[in-house]
Design a protein around this ligand. Structure first.
Ligand code: CU
Length: 314
């Protein structure tokens, strides 16, 4: 693994070199400011010390020097801000072709689930040179998914989905850790990311029997929890059809509308009263306390498999 700009820390993702460059630039700029300020203090302290014969009268009326020493650092730091904001912006939206991986953090382990239903604990196999999108949630307290070699870190929060994406640039095993103190065994909440060459990754994917894709498992849960009793087209209950729901705007009873994303579907299941679909009675029961986070992720995968807005438009 090639070293990055920083000693002893490989830079193994597509954003890592630029983040290192930003870090070094900020460090250099800050050093310059510290030296400038501390140096001036030293010079003045010595020159105007008590008893020195330096000229203390006639302060300059010329403001130009003040404009300069305020303006130049302002411009430099605003440049850093714009640069960092651009990286942040790029990192906030995953490319459409990203491989999705569902992450559930819990005290004290990482549960990782692939689209084909394959599950892993504390180890994540991914292909190199392909964007990977993590859709993350927590079963208990706030955790933080941190992979130093990829220069990525994101809080994993109970009750909502946060996402993160990266593209590994070289094969290898990289440390994964929790970067948010989350209780007694926080320090043990670590794992590894195994980045594999595409052919190797395909072999890994093909090995063993996956327990049925996430969507298939979600379909089973959908029947098991009785969702299909209301939501199937043949149900006698008046409930919305979930085909093509994912990614579509939904008109709500309070007059607002929302896009049906992962968080919306999760809320529909756990907090059905929060957002009631226009034209329907609020009769859906809450499944709070009955359905776990990984089961919800599977149900969401199932609802996605019922078609998305893009599919419907074609
Ligand atoms: Cu944690």
């Amino acid at each position: 693994v090639s070293g990055g700009l920083l000693p002893n820390l490989p830079a193994a993702s597509s954003v890592a070199p630029e983040i290192d460059l930003l870090f070094v630039a900020l460090l250099a700029l800050s050093t310059l400011v510290v030296l400038g300020v501390a140096g001036t203090i030293m010079v003045f302290a010595i020159r105007y010390r008590r008893g020195s014969s330096a000229d203390r009268g006639g302060a300059s009326e010329d403001r130009r020097i003040e404009y300069l020493w305020s303006g130049i650092p302002l411009l430099l730091f605003l440049t850093i801000f714009a640069w960092a904001a651009r990286i942040y912006y790029d990192l906030s939206a995953a490319p459409d072709d990203a491989v999705p991986v569902y992450v559930v953090g819990k005290q004290w382990m990482w549960k990782l689930e692939h689209r084909d239903g394959r599950r892993e604990i504390n180890t994540l196999h991914i292909p190199v040179e392909r964007p990977v999108k993590l859709i993350m949630s927590s079963q208990d307290v706030i955790h933080s998914f941190y992979v130093p070699a990829f220069r990525i870190k994101q809080d994993v929060v109970p009750g909502r989905y946060t996402t993160l994406w990266f593209e590994a640039t070289e094969p290898g095993t990289f440390r994964l850790m929790c970067a948010e103190y989350c209780g007694t065994d926080h320090a043990k909440m670590r794992g590894s990311i195994i980045a594999m060459r595409p052919a190797e990754y395909e072999r890994w994917l093909a090995g063993g029997t996956p327990p049925g894709s996430m969507a298939e498992q979600g379909g089973r849960l959908f029947r098991q929890f009785g969702c299909s009793g209301c939501h199937s087209p043949h149900a006698t209950v008046h409930a919305p059809d979930l085909h093509g729901l994912f990614g579509r705007p939904v008109q709500l009873a309070d007059g607002t509308s929302v896009i049906a994303d992962e968080a919306y579907i999760r809320d529909s299941i756990l907090l059905p009263r929060k957002q009631v679909v226009a034209g329907f009675a609020p009769i859906m029961p809450t499944f709070e306390g009955q359905i776990g986070e990984s089961e919800i992720l599977r149900i969401i995968a199932y609802i996605k498999s019922l078609g998305t807005e893009e599919v419907r438009r074609q």
